[in-house]
Write a protein that binds this ligand. Structure first.
Ligand SMILES: O=C1O[C@H](COP(=O)(O)O)[C@@H](O)[C@H](O)[C@H]1O
Length: 488
């Protein structure tokens, strides 16, 4: 049974930040992409920028690309155009950026090259490091020796460090270059419209917010299962694995938005403070890393595409024992959430895309005994992609009034006009850090998963296998309640 609850009006995806409708036109800005000849820039950053420009015709952005590759300006422009075209980005702002964009070959670990790049910027630049973390760190060490234009900002992709210590070290280095408010640790999940709209769902409704606590919630699952496999990313992925690639970063950030207390305003510092308090209270379920699970795919086929076993994929070192599916259960130990298991799971080469948050509510304290077939709990289902929210409830079914049926109250909301990277770039160019990760939160992410990484390294948690195209290992429990042994 489906009831369409509401359909939101088309409009902006973004609900926070200084560029809310009615605010002045954005200032001209410069985006300097370091590592611009790479895959991230072509596939995500430049298409995101194209959409932002298409959406805001008055925005003026000088785009400078830099890399170690030899590229003529014409070749560079062709790449930028093809990235813009991939999203169908058009309009005066798109044309203006395309006309003036340039490419500068540079070694970003050399101070003189960095100075040359900075001299080419018409405005205080946003330096976007689309580079491997080790090179980013070296480039930052050089930047620290240069006097930068006031209001320069830095944007860094994940992974931010490799553990708590290295993340702290990187934070310290970055703070010698610019203040925290101008450091954007990019997490594109924070730019996804569903995640942004969690703020509205939670803090603009009398109905939902009081229900979100251990009084009424039985368990929470945050799942990001993908059909995608390695997709030629072995160099990065084989050293990250599903836990670091998705849970340590994106899913913990999503969880923080879901469970944080209401911020007084939606300004960056208020939102980030509340997220940080939630992350600081987050611990492994029972403090026990053996409640985590890991597995990697064996040969199989996903949606008709044949895949080799992960260990036989190009560029993979089987000795590393990298997982392609990870599951971790945590608890947020505060008054609101203590005792509620929160399961986070993400994996690749799975049977279907399942990208959702499920909040399962407790059973009513008393159900009239006449009601038959009351088996399933109420659920709030928030689909991260495609954007969808629904409330699954028990109602009287047709015919026999004592037979309970399921009804779904479904809110189809507009996915927003900007892709996640468009939202993220908007924040970076406008100096709004709401949608990026604060330094202490990045450290906290590593602190939460550290015992799991340690247990996996020592082999105390087995590396299971699942055929590509399946739903994961058959032996794994389904759902947060089954995955959590009783608390001590
Ligand atoms: O950051 C990452 O995210 C993607 C999933 O996000 P999506 O927006 O592309 O659906 C994931 O496939 C990738 O491994 C990870 O590095």
């Amino acid at each position: 049974m489906f009831f369409y609850l509401a359909e939101t009006q088309p409009g902006r995806g973004r609900v926070v930040g200084p560029s809310i409708q009615g605010m002045p036109d954005p200032r001209p800005s410069t985006l300097l992409i370091l590592g611009a000849s790479g895959d991230l820039a072509a596939r995500l950053l430049m298409p995101g920028l194209g959409m932002l420009l298409a959406h805001e015709p008055k925005r003026r952005v000088q785009l400078i690309g830099s890399g170690v590759e030899d590229l003529t300006d014409a070749e560079w422009k062709k790449r930028v155009k093809s990235s813009f075209d991939s999203e169908g980005a058009k309009g005066p702002a798109v044309t203006a950026t395309l006309k003036n964009t340039k490419y500068i070959k540079a070694d970003v670990t050399a101070k003189a090259d960095l100075e040359g790049l900075l001299a080419a910027c018409d405005n205080p630049p946003a330096l976007y490091f689309a580079l491997p973390p080790a090179i980013t760190e070296k480039a930052c060490a050089q930047l620290a020796k240069i006097e930068l234009p006031d209001k320069t900002s830095l944007a860094l992709e994940k992974p931010f460090g490799t553990d708590e210590r290295s993340a702290k070290r990187l934070n310290t280095l970055l703070l010698t270059i610019v203040p925290e408010s101008r450091i954007h640790r990019v997490d594109h999940f924070l730019g996804r419209s569903t995640v942004l709209n969690l703020l509205g769902l939670r803090f603009a409704n009398r109905l939902i917010e009081p229900m979100l606590s251990n009084r009424d919630v039985e368990s929470i699952e945050i799942v990001y299962d993908e059909q995608l496999a390695l997709e030629n990313r072995a160099r990065y992925y084989d050293h990250a694995g599903a836990l670091v690639d998705m849970i340590q970063s994106h899913l913990l950030q999503v969880m923080a938005v879901l469970v944080m207390e209401a911020p007084a305003t939606l300004r960056a510092e208020d939102v980030r403070d509340q997220k940080q308090l939630a992350l600081r209270a987050t611990h492994l379920w029972n403090d026990d890393p053996s409640t985590s699970r890991r597995a990697r795919y064996s040969a199989g086929s996903v949606a008709g595409r044949k895949l080799p076993a992960y260990k036989n994929e190009d560029g993979v070192d089987p000795a590393l024992g990298t997982e392609t599916l990870a599951e971790v259960v945590v608890e947020v130990r505060n008054m609101r959430w203590a005792g509620v298991p929160i399961l986070m799971r993400s994996g690749k080469a799975l049977a279907s895309h399942r990208r959702e948050i499920i909040v399962t509510f407790k059973a009513p304290s008393h159900v009239p005994p006449e009601f038959k077939t009351l088996k399933t709990a109420d659920r709030l289902r928030i689909c991260i992609a495609p954007d969808e929210m629904s409330l699954e409830l028990n109602v009287n079914g047709p015919g026999d009034p004592y037979v309970i049926d399921r009804a779904t109250l479904k809110a189809d909301f507009n996915p927003g006009d900007l892709p996640a990277y468009g939202e993220v770039l908007q924040g970076i160019l406008d100096g709004d850090a709401t949608l990026s990760v604060r330094g202490d939160a990045a450290v906290e992410g590593w602190r939460i998963v550290a015992p799991v990484l340690k247990a996996w390294k020592s082999g105390t948690v087995p590396l299971d296998e699942y055929p590509a195209g399946s739903n994961g290992p058959k032996s794994w429990p389904t759902g947060a309640a089954e995955a959590t042994p009783a608390k001590r």
